[in-house]
Design a protein around this ligand. Structure first.
Ligand SMILES: NCc1[nH]cc(CCC(=O)O)c1CC(=O)O
Length: 304
């Protein structure tokens, strides 16, 4: 194989991530030509309705998967946090790259952190997970929807529509907006989306040569952590429609997982944590999901 075609969304963050993967693949495989195939997805085009209403985050993947099935691309690059817990049958994730900053970022032109916000301040985020944690910390805040790519969201903050917004540190750093981060919202006090900060490569399950090329970029410790986080989310029937947060850390052989299930509506939230072995991340994910259930997670998620 001497040409690898990467299907990618066209947002600035998606293009940055795909270029990053392309450069890493070129470095790992001298002589391999790597090109991007930019595509528009329904998730990018329909901005006037919530993602949940038009079919969830899988919409960002579907067009890219169809391009791979049609033979127009060999692989696709995603933010792993946007990849559904159950992959489409026939697809695999041959590489999960080393995780960048996992934390969320507090971004504001006037205030340093959540605690500094005045009573009733307006905070922008469409993420149920972020809304739930904000409500739990500060029931007085007014939460307003905020969609669009990272650049659009910063533009809306600067136009004065919000006192503050919450974004992923990783996206801001990748796009050169690190200086906009007023404070990091970090674990275990504040938890990110499962797999936040990790980039994944997807390809067809039966495409052995693409799998082998991409597998050289896999980062084993990151894979271990995100498997625990995603197993927990899967066990809770998590998708982008529910406020679930998780963060795992590996220290030697020990894997530590923090999980949270919130309620977007009223600020109730349950938290749990447990330690396990690095060679059994899914077990730990299931254990923390059970601990969250024992505290009433199903009621918060509307599953019982
Ligand atoms: N939901 C969109 C999305 N998907 C991945 C990232 C950031 C990069 C990452 O988590 O790897 C973002 C932006 C954000 O949440 O601020």
């Amino acid at each position: 194989m001497n040409l690898l075609r990467i299907a990618t969304r066209k947002s600035p963050l998606a293009l940055w991530q795909s270029e990053h993967v392309a450069a890493a693949l070129r470095a790992a495989h001298p002589g391999l030509e790597v090109v991007l195939v930019p595509m528009s997805t329904r998730g990018d085009e329909v901005l006037d309705r919530s993602l949940a209403a038009i079919g969830g985050k899988g919409l960002f993947l579907k067009e890219l998967e169809l391009a791979m099935l049609r033979g127009e691309a060999d692989c696709a690059v995603h933010s792993l946090k946007d990849v559904p817990m159950e992959l489409e049958p026939g697809f695999a994730l041959p590489a999960i790259l080393q995780r960048a900053d996992h934390a969320d970022a507090f971004v504001s032109n006037a205030y340093d952190d959540i605690a500094a916000l005045p009573q009733g301040a307006v905070v922008g985020t469409s993420s149920l997970r972020r809304q739930a944690q904000l409500r739990a910390l500060r029931p007085d805040l007014q939460l307003r929807d905020l969609r669009g790519n990272v650049n659009t969201r910063l533009g809306k903050l600067d136009a004065g529509e919000y006192d503050a917004i919450v974004l992923a540190c990783a996206g801001l750093q990748r796009l050169g907006f690190e200086a906009r981060i007023r404070s990091r919202m970090d674990a275990p006090h504040w938890l990110p989306a499962p797999a936040q900060g990790a980039i994944a490569i997807e390809c067809r399950d039966d495409d052995a040569s693409t799998r082998a090329l991409c597998a050289t970029l896999d980062h084993a410790d990151t894979r271990t952590c995100v498997e625990a986080e995603r197993a927990m989310n899967r066990a809770l029937h998590g998708s982008c429609h529910v406020p679930v947060a998780a963060y795992a850390q590996l220290a030697g052989e020990h894997l530590h997982l923090h999980g949270l299930v919130g309620s977007a509506g009223d600020g109730r939230a349950v938290r749990a944590q447990a330690q396990g072995r690095g060679d059994a991340p899914e077990c730990l994910g299931l254990e923390v999901a059970d601990l969250l259930r024992a505290q009433g997670a199903d009621a918060l998620l509307g599953l019982d």
